[in-house]
Design a protein around this ligand. Structure first.
Ligand SMILES: CC(C)(COP(=O)(O)OP(=O)(O)OC[C@H]1O[C@@H](n2cnc3c(N)ncnc32)[C@H](O)[C@@H]1OP(=O)(O)O)[C@@H](O)C(=O)NCCC(=O)NCCSC(=O)c1cc(O)c2ccccc2c1O
Length: 312
């Protein structure tokens, strides 16, 4: 019997009608924390790795530039965009991890240190020879992460700074190790993110705190980040991998459609017309699966008047 089955059993209804209420009845603690065994899905990436676990219904996209603390250049972002598209369109994948590959014996651990300053151009963005024009491609990635119907879990182990800090905030869930450090540096090095980097941060931690983070450019440890509401949880470094596996397994046990709709609704509250479009898209997708919707298409193709049956 797999650990997921054990968790499902404790989650299932039981016969007793007199048991006192306990929070353990959610079954969460019985979900396995064993490391996920990953299979490399695409190996032509240079700046990232992309792995999947079909058994656990999840994908792992990881920054792989430890020598610059996983700073991203346009190539890095383009590769993440491609991997995210693969994961989004793969029916075997229900949850997506955004992480980093660290070897603390060689380089300081980091999730991501933001835009690679070596390729920051004077032309209004970043240019590593792969862009037609210098651009802030990471903003497109942020939109793609928001619009992805599958939950994205950021796994932060080390520095999450600048644009790297924004990427974990844009992810749906953030789990961190206790050695992690969070912060913005833009105003110290001539940059800022006036999009989600400012507005979503204020939604997460409040206006006063967001102004502090941007105006002072202080760094915060994992405990402070948790207390501020920047992250969901933090764990001793050696436990992070197992705890992340537990969270991801649990999300993948739940209804993917319900989760997609919750994500769309939470985005809609913040994203105005674009958020409503995302939620509307989910509604239309499900409506297309109904007999009522299909009757409209069939009637058109058969050149007859539709005979709708209302479900209302
Ligand atoms: C994170 C640090 C505080 C760590 O300091 P530490 O002393 O431990 O390590 P080093 O500084 O020696 O770093 C090791 C090694 O990595 C290189 N490196 C680190 N970060 C970067 C980077 N961002 N770009 C390029 N290279 C980097 C460093 O040079 C070292 O290499 P060596 O060859 O010298 O060994 C510290 O590293 C630090 O402060 N890093 C800079 C972090 C930063 O300022 N990031 C923000 C960049 S701006 C940005 O990210 C950004 C994002 C967006 O989403 C935007 C969106 C819209 C508009 C603008 C955006 C934007 O500007």
């Amino acid at each position: 019997m797999s650990s997921t089955d054990v968790a499902s059993m404790s989650y299932a209804r039981k016969a007793s009608k007199t048991a006192p209420p306990t929070k353990e009845r959610d079954g969460f603690e019985s979900i396995s924390r064993e490391s996920i065994v990953w299979t490399t899905e695409v190996d032509e990436f240079q700046d990232i790795t992309y792995e999947i676990s079909v058994e656990n219904k999840c994908a792992r996209i990881a920054f792989n530039r430890p020598e610059v603390l996983h700073a991203f250049r346009p190539r890095t972002i383009r590769e993440i965009q491609h991997a995210l598209e693969l994961a989004s369109e793969d029916p075997r994948i229900w949850v997506i991890m955004l992480a980093s590959n660290n070897d603390p014996s060689k380089f300081t651990p980091a999730f991501c240190s933001g835009g690679d300053q070596n390729v920051r151009s004077n032309g209004g963005g970043y240019q590593d020879g792969t862009e037609r024009q210098p651009k802030l491609r990471v903003l497109d990635l942020q939109m793609q992460m928001r619009r992805c119907p599958k939950p994205i879990v950021a796994i932060v182990d080390g520095y999450a700074i600048g644009g790297g800090h924004i990427l974990h905030m844009v992810a749906d869930i953030t789990l961190a190790s206790d050695i992690s450090v969070f912060g913005q540096t833009g105003p110290r090095m001539g940059s800022f993110d006036a999009g989600y980097g400012s507005t979503h941060m204020a939604r997460l931690i409040g206006q006063k705190r967001a102004r502090e983070v941007w105006f002072l450019c202080k760094f915060y440890d994992a405990k402070q980040a948790y207390e501020m509401g920047l992250i969901n949880a933090y764990f001793p470094k050696e436990e992070l991998e197992g705890r992340a596996a537990q969270w991801v397994r649990r999300i993948a046990m739940n209804s993917p459609t319900a989760i997609a709709c919750c994500k769309a609704a939470l985005n809609a509250d913040e994203d105005g017309g674009a958020g409503i479009m995302q939620m509307g898209g989910e509604m239309t997708r499900m409506f297309y699966m109904s007999r009522e919707s299909q009757e409209g298409r069939d009637a058109f193709l058969e050149k007859r008047a539709p005979k709708f049956r209302s479900n209302l």
